[in-house]
Design a protein. Sequence first.
Lengths: 310, 165
Amino acid sequence: MKKATGLYPGCSLEGTSKAFRTSLRSVLRRLDAQCEPLRDWNCCGASSAHAMDHELYLALSARNLAQARDQGYEEIIAPCAACYHRLVCAEMELARHPETLAAVNARTGLNYGGGIAVLNMLDYFTDRVGLSAIGEQVRQPLKGLRVACYYGCLNSRIPHAAATSGPPDAPGGATRSEYPMSMDHIVAALGAQPLDWSYKTECCGASLFVTASSVSARLVGHILKDAVAAGADCISVACPMCQNNLDTKQDAIRAAFGIGRPMPVLFITQLMGLAFGVSAAELRIGDALVPFQWRVDKGGAAAEVTACPA
Amino acid sequence: MPVAFRENINRCYQCGKCSTGCPIAEAMDMLPHQVIHLLALGMEARVRPLNTPWLCAGCYTCAVRCPNDIDVTAVMGELREKAIAAGAPCPCPDVLAFHRNFLRDLKRRGRIHELRMMGEYNLLTRRPFRDAALASKMLLKGRLPLRAPRALRGFKRWVRKAGRL
């Protein structure tokens, strides 16, 4: 078995959230992290397989877990929160119900025997890489930047997690699902200021953003409004769908809900990259539709981090 | 006779926590805990026409708060599955069209081609120019690659054995 952790990118990181992929790659390289992309992974099925066809969702996840195992990994991270949630839930269900695992294997010709740990990317940064290692890479502390850390749903809410009734800080514990802090700790390690606010785990509406947009717009409006009220300079996310929903129709949603100022929505890995001294272009800061402008204090001489032109 | 669900809904004692935490509750025909109650009483037919399972965003707030460890989100998923299997008319046809189309795209190559998936969804729901201005902005930013991802070898054959739909 390899020491390295497998990286499951997922479909969004190859498309609408390329910025998440490239910024994550830059950050992992700077941290010298032993994390390598999986080969031959398939779509996790997202909410669609889960919503319509439980057997398909389990099989899609089992195929990915089997790929990871065959490629010599014992643990994987899935930066996309939706992929992470699908994979970790499927892994749990297959581990708890050997008869289900046997049925999936028999139906699909897979030979997955279990034993792949699915890690949350934020936990990977705080627990595997470590906050001190992250702090050591900081070249341009994000001093004074006020960040509302938005975890959304799928980074923090794992149903039937072992420790639900255990200590609040344990995986699945109440602190993790109601008021997670891992991203806040990372943001603090970058020299920025994480904010207390009320919407860090409220839902953005996920695919209702497309299929029932008025329902989703209300949810997004509340989130943006509270981030503005908390005095945030930007929202930090760890989910392609959250970034997409909070960013791409923000003008219309701000107008509808009377939200006074734009709220940039960045991936946490982009903030890490900026603090590590990676260029805004390499981090694809300009991919977001709401521009992010921030002055980084470069040892007296201020350097402007601005969105690259579209 | 109540229909069996993968989650043991008989553990529910109607505390209503799932409904108070639900971010979509105000748009739902009936609240999640009421749906669970009807199911426990074996009245699934009464649930069929409701938009509740179809508007569930899958945020899992109900699932992690349930004092009886019932994954209510999973129950909503199973309700959708059962409705599709029964060929029941769907109260939220756009939601059904989206998920169906998503899975169809997935099964082509093993990975989603977002541009095509969204374009086809627009055609299926007869609003071909929905979000066209947004899509063009995203295209310019390189966030909607025109090229489909490379197909995984043998995936099409494999996926036919993988699910029910």
